[in-house]
Structures are given as C-alpha cells and as structure tokens.
Design a binder for this molecule. Structure first.
Ligand code: DGJ
Length: 721
C-alpha cells in the first residue's frame, strides 16, 4: 500500500533522453557523479567528486572507463556483469539507450540509465537515487532479458565506479566473534584486492560490508577526499578494488558471485541490492555525518523515533533462570529506571528444553518447567511492576535436538551424502523455502497476536552457512545464498506490514549482521558480545563511522574490571542499556545508575540525533574523545575516555568541533563517580565553567582524568545567553 502511494507521487521528469551527447550529471548538494556517452555507444563515467561550480564544465570531461563494464568482449578487467546467453555466447555489449530522472520530492531523485545489447534482447538499467542534502547516492542495477530460455548470470554487480588518483587508501573493518569491527587502513597496490563474505548468514562476522576509500592521501577526520560506502545486503558480498596498468582504480561492488550463478528467466527482473556511498572532501567525519543523517531519515526503521532503554538477562543469568527469578529481575529493571526488561535465550522447548545451547532451538513454546505460567504471565508481571517486556528469538535456526528437526528435516540447509556440520550445535533453516518463511512469520505473528503487549524483540542469528544445500531449490543450488537473503527480507517485509512500529534489535552472535539491507526492518543492532568497556570503545568507535548512535546497542555488564562509571560512560555514547545483576549493586552504584539514566533521558536527543564529531581516536592516542552537537548548536555532549594513563601522561587539550564560535557555553561534568576514583574536582573546584565556542574549538578543554588507567569523563555543554 505504502509503495503504491509513493509511486502515486512520483513525477516522471523530462521524459526519456535519447542517445544524448550531454553529460548525465547526478548531483547532490556538494558532489557530482557524471556519465557521458563515450566511445561507440558506450556509457562512460567521467567524474565523481566535489561538485563543480559550472555544470557546463562537465562537458569537457572524457574517459574510457565504461560505466558498467560487461565481460566477454574487449574487457580485460574485473567485469560488473557477465552473462551466458541461450546459445552459449558468454559476452555482452551494453550500449547507452536513454536516461531519465524520477523526482520523488525536493530532496530525493532517481536517475535511471538504460543500456541494451544490440545483438541479444538484454536490458540493463542503472539506478542512482540521490539524497541531495545528505550527499548520499544509492546505486543499484536491474537486469532483464527476453531470450527463449533462462540466461546464466555469473557476475551481477550493484555498482561499478572508477577513480583516478595518485594513491588509494582503503580503510576496512574486520574481525571475528567478540572482536568486531577492527579498523585497518592500507594503501592499495596494483592488481586486485577483494573484501568479501562467503558466510551466507551472519555474513559480516569476518569482514563488514563497508569501507572508506581515500584518494591521493590518507584522509583524517577533517581533511581529505574520501568515499564512505556500504552494501545493503544481509548476505554474501564482494568489493573488488582493481588498480590497472594506468593506475586507475575500478571498484566493483555487489552480492558475492561466489558459487552463485543465477539462472534468470525471460522477463524476470534481477535486482541487485543498493550500494550506498557518499563523497566528502573534508575527511571521514563529514562522510559519517552524511550517512548518519541519511540512515535516520530514510533507511533505519523508525530512525528518527524513540528507543527504549532496557535490562537484558543474558549476561546476568545465561540459561539459568525460572519464572520467579525473572520476576525478581523485573524489580531490578524498575529500580534502575529502564523502560523494558528483555528476556534472552533459554525460555522455550519442552520435549528438548533449551537449558543450554545444545537443544530446543526451533521449538518456540515456553518451557513448562521453567515458565509454568507462560509468557503471558511474565508480560503481566512486568507491566504490574511498571516496565515493558521484550523477548529473544532466533527463528532462522534449529538444533538437531528439537521437534522441529524431527518433523521437518527437509527445511534445513544440509548436504545430502555428507555429515552435518554443526556450529553452536545448530543448523540453518532454509529461508529460500516459502514454507520455512511461513513458519518463521507465523512464529512471530502468533507470539505477537497472543501477547500484543510484547514491546521489543531481539532477533538473533548465531551461525554462518556451511555445507549449504537447499532441498527446496533442487537443481538451482547456486541460488541458495541469494534466495536465502531474499526469503529473510520477504519475512521481514511481511512482519513489518503487520507490525510497523515494534522495536526489533538485529543481533547475530554479537555483531555478525550489521548492514543497511537489514536495517530497513530493524530499529537497532547488537554490536558485539564483547562488552568489556575498553574493547567496546574501539568497537563502538568503528561502528560510529557508518551507523548513528541510536542504532548501536551498548550494554553495561559485569564484563571488564573497570568502574561502573567507566562502563556507563562508554555505554552512554550510543543506545544505552544494561545486562547486569542489579541486585548486586551497592546503594551508591544503584543511585549512580539511576542518575545516569535520568541524565541519559535528558541528553539522548543530542546523542542520538546530534552531529557526531570524533575528536581523538583511540587508534592514535591513549585516549578517545567524541562529541555530539545539536542542530541549533545550543547543546552538546562530550565523551572522553582515558585508556592508558599509566603509559602516557596526557596534557594536550581536546579541541571541540561543531559548536558556534560566537556562542557561550556552560560546561558541566556529569556521571560523577562514587567516592574514591581519585578524580580532582573539575574546573578548579567549581561544578561548571563558561567558555566561548571559539575557545572550546581553538584552545580546547583540558580533561582532568582520574588516577587509574581507565578513567572517563562526560560533559554536558549548554548554551548560555
Ligand atoms: C548471541 C547474542 O549475541 C547474545 O547477546 C545472546 O543473545 C546469545 N546469542 C543467546 O544465545
């Protein structure tokens, strides 16, 4: 319905432009991506970078970089597309046919460029959706043909972009379970560098589907020409960076073609996921802010809406709980002042109760022994205590020790004639199969219909695909990676039609699924099972490059030896929550946390929706500092973490950014710790001090750290008249 409405408002602008000589200029506020009809009838990319003052200047540009270079003819490089036709001919010639601009509103336009083969009935459409004010381009491709039988696609990029620079610097983000988003920057050398995933589900456990690419020199937070990009796909992805003999760089981005030949039927449209990118000539900070604004406004579910603070029971109890214990825990949540209690793994399974991770997955009925009165009772009890109730599920997975496995062995991805390959004692359900999609949808729908008061879901996915084989897909096994993700999106789409508002956290054995394909359907994501606050500074720092603060769930837990203050200060820089035994808090710790939650409620607007400035990187110094500034620049929150005071004495002030130099600001430290942290009082003993914005940005603020290795400070900065 929504889609129909959107289309009803679309205005087709200027009609189709045929065989044009003039450049096709795809513009945003500060950037331009320019195409032209080049040699022969080929479409070539002549420019991507800072917008020129005079549009006429683009006409002077030339290039031989074909926009979406096919394989099979004269192409000597990595192709964007490769197709084998009905007659076995493995070549494609894509000629420019037309372009048109579809205007959605003042800020959002889509340029569509049509390319066709002159020998075979094949049409390729390139789409560039621009978000003018945010400087964001979403680029995807639609492939269609009209041959007698299916053609085989072996490559099907979302996007191909070309660059010319002296040097290219790639910043990638990689890791593993418990070590998500390690940032690494390296200079690209001639030949090919590939960043990809072949993991299927939990696809970005090792490599995240996002990167920075800086031209000529390394980019800093405030300087340099840099592209920030990501692929909106919750499955196998591939980014190919190829530097050729002329030192030109071609980037090919899209779903991973690995083991994924696609048999495309006549008339069927093969739509690739969106490759989303922005260009900044002022370094990485601006690129991140562009992505944050776009994400909150246009991509993340309820991106500009509220989020609930919560108390989760995973690290507090693991599988070891019962009804009474949970009800006790609700009290902790209420006392703390969070909005919601989140019941994690371990509440389901009867024939095979889920008392550890070896059994029960797939059997989504409450374990009678643990929860004799069911979820309904828990919801009621939580509500009676004045907090909402949320619940964990992992609907795409199954333990062999489950009734689901016994009843539907054909619903599981597993190879015939090979032993099962278990990971965390579980297997992956075949989301390519519509019956499985229905099972997953019904499971959530039935739970929500029975307990409409459930206020939150945590959707987990704890393993990658191995031995992947879909009984449903039969001969088309090479579609499994793609159809799995499409099946997952289909379920989410249907669930969102019925439950458009319900907050759902995307989780994948920590942060194994953090991409903007999924974030359309989710309000937030679990960044990592590593909740040690020292490690979290790095993890959250890295996520901050691509995700806004209200999407990154940061929980205060018992992991790590740091003070509760340090943990709280770290969690506060995103979406704060708790996963801790509140009853073990001292009265002082409880009072501190209650106050922190009150402060957070007051400041969350700035933290979530303000402009983020990363000031001091933990990758460069023994401390980290970042801040958020409200749009009118009347309010800011500054977070500083000293991560190795023992090794280094830090005296250089932290220079703030994003403030108004002409305004006066009162700086006040909050989250002041309980006694005994060795801290000297701030501001010469006064609780606040007033500075000009000019001073704070040019001279900076000297941060007084505590005596321990790990200390932290949070400052509330408010305009004073
Ligand atoms: C992995 C998640 O990342 C954890 O937070 C927790 O929900 C467990 N799964 C439960 O099995």
């Amino acid at each position: 319905m929504k889609t129909i409405l959107v289309f009803a408002f679309l205005l087709v602008f200027a009609g189709a432009v045929l065989a044009q000589e003039k450049p096709i200029v795809i513009e945003t506020k500060n950037t331009a991506l320019v195409y032209k009809q080049g040699f022969g009838n080929k479409l070539v990319q002549v420019y991507y970078g800072e917008k020129l003052k005079n549009a006429a200047d683009y006409e002077m540009m030339n290039s031989r970089n074909e926009a979406y270079k096919p394989a099979g003819l004269d192409n000597l490089n990595e192709p964007a597309i490769r197709m084998v036709h009905n007659d076995g001919n493995p070549s494609l010639a894509l000629n420019f046919v037309s372009s048109e601009v579809i205007v959605e509103n003042e800020n959002v336009k889509t340029t569509m460029i049509v390319l066709k083969d002159d020998q075979y009935p094949v049409e390729v459409k390139l789409f560039f959706k621009t978000y003018f004010n945010e400087d964001i381009i979403e680029n995807w491709t639609e492939i269609k043909h009209n041959e007698g039988k299916p053609v085989m696609l072996t490559n099907f990029a979302s996007s191909m972009l070309s660059f010319k620079a002296r040097e290219y610097w790639l910043t990638q983000f990689h890791g593993d379970w418990d070590k998500e988003m390690i940032m690494e920057e390296s200079q690209l050398t001639s030949g090919i560098k590939i960043i990809d995933s072949k993991l299927g589900t939990r696809a970005n456990k090792f490599q995240a589907p996002l990167f920075f690419l800086a031209m000529n020199n390394q980019a800093t937070e405030t300087t340099g020409d840099v592209i920030a990009a990501n692929l909106a796909w919750t499955g196998n992805f591939q980014f190919v960076f190829e530097i050729d003999e002329l030192n030109s760089l071609r980037l090919v981005a899209g779903m991973n073609p690995f083991a994924s030949e696609y048999y495309l039927k006549p008339g069927e449209v093969f739509k690739t996921p969106e490759f989303i990118f922005t260009f900044s000539s002022n370094g990485k900070g601006q690129a991140s802010r562009n992505i944050h604004q776009w994400a909150q406004k246009y991509r993340v579910l309820n991106g500009e809406g509220n989020r609930l603070t919560l108390l989760n029971n995973w690290e507090a109890t693991y599988f070891d709980f019962n009804e009474d214990r949970l009800v006790e825990l609700f009290d902790g949540g209420k006392k703390l002042g969070v909005d919601l209690f989140l019941l994690d793994d371990g509440w389901f399974g009867n024939k095979y109760p889920r008392s550890n991770d070896r059994a029960g997955l797939g059997d989504w009925q409450e374990t009678k022994e643990k929860l004799p009165h069911g979820i309904g009772y828990l919801v009621e009890q939580a509500e009676a205590k004045g907090i909402k109730f949320g619940i964990w599920i992992e609907p795409e997975m199954v333990n062999p020790k489950s009734e689901l496995y016994e009843q539907h062995p054909d619903w599981i991805l597993k190879l015939p004639n090979r032993p099962e390959n278990l990971s965390r004692n579980q297997l992956v359900l075949d989301m390519a199969n519509p019956e499985v999609q229905k099972f997953v949808y019904d499971m959530v729908d039935q739970m929500m219909t029975k307990h409409p008061q459930i206020g939150f879901i945590k959707w987990d996915c704890n393993r990658e695909m191995t031995n992947a084989y879909s009984a449903y897909l039969g001969e088309k096994q090479s579609h499994v990676y793609i159809e799995y993700v499409r099946g997952f999106y289909k379920v989410m789409e249907d669930l969102r039609t019925k439950y458009p508002e319900l907050p759902i956290m995307l989780c994948s054995g920590g942060g194994g699924r953090t991409d903007y394909g999924a974030m359309k359907y989710f309000t937030e994501f679990w960044a990592s099972d590593n909740t040690d606050p020292l490690n979290r500074i790095y993890i959250q720092w890295a996520y901050s490059y691509f995700f806004p603060a209200n999407t990154i769930c940061n929980h205060i837990t018992s992991m790590g030896k740091q003070s509760l203050k340090f943990k709280t200060d770290v969690a506060m820089m995103g979406k704060m929550g708790y996963d801790i035994r509140v009853e073990e808090f001292t009265p002082e710790e409880l009072a501190f946390s209650q106050q922190a939650l009150k402060d957070y409620a007051r400041l969350k607007e700035v933290i979530w929706f303000g402009d983020m400035y990363r000031l001091v990187s933990p990758y460069e110094e023994s401390r980290a500092a970042l801040m958020y500034v409200s749009e009118p620049k009347d309010k800011a929150v500054l977070f500083c973490y000293n991560i190795n005071a023992y090794r280094e004495k830090i005296t250089n002030p932290v220079k703030l950014q994003g403030l108004d130099p002409d305004k006066k600001y009162e700086v006040k430290e909050i989250n002041i710790q309980q006694r005994g942290d060795g801290r000297r009082p701030p501001f010469g003993g006064n609780s606040t001090r007033v500075y000009s914005g000019d001073y704070l940005m040019k001279a900076g603020l000297e941060i007084r750290v505590g005596r321990g290795d790990l200390s932290s400070n949070v400052y509330e900065i408010s305009e004073v008249q």
